[in-house]
Design a binder for this molecule. Structure first.
Ligand SMILES: [Zn+2]
Length: 133
């Protein structure tokens, strides 16, 4: 192996590791941290999230929110997706603590998140992709 090849190899391994760690970093504690940041940013920190955790049994849905208990569940599939998509799903579920439905008031809350439209498109494309597997 030449020095140049070795350097390329090392940088490729490093990249792969960073990617892996990126996914591992997205555990339940990460969800809690993001929900606190997004609660502050979009809801003046007024929401009470009792728990927010990854769920393994939600392959069809991206997330769910029990508006009575304040428990939020996020599909574990989201952990492998870009952070701005995961943020969108968290904002969506947080907004359900204000509006339990998908009313216009609900969407105007969600759409404060600037990448909401893009994230919805991303998720639709992902779902279509996985439907073919
Ligand atoms: Zn919803």
């Amino acid at each position: 192996m030449s020095q140049r090849e070795e350097r390329e190899w090392v940088s490729r391994i490093k990249e792969r590791l960073a990617k892996k760690q990126g996914v591992a970093r997205k555990n339940d504690a990460y969800l809690k941290e993001r929900s606190e940041v997004l609660n502050k940013k979009y809801f003046n920190g007024k929401l009470t999230v009792r728990s927010i955790v990854y769920a393994d049994n939600q392959s069809k849905r991206h997330g769910s929110c029990n508006t009575l208990t304040g428990n939020i569940r996020v599909s574990r599939r989201l952990a492998a997706m870009p952070e701005w998509v995961l943020d969108y799903v968290i904002v969506h579920e947080l907004a359900h603590l204000v509006h339990g439905d998908h009313s216009l008031d609900f969407w105007s809350l969600v759409n404060q998140y600037k990448l909401a439209e893009r994230a919805r498109g991303f998720l639709i494309a992902k779902d279509l992709e996985e439907a073919h597997v």
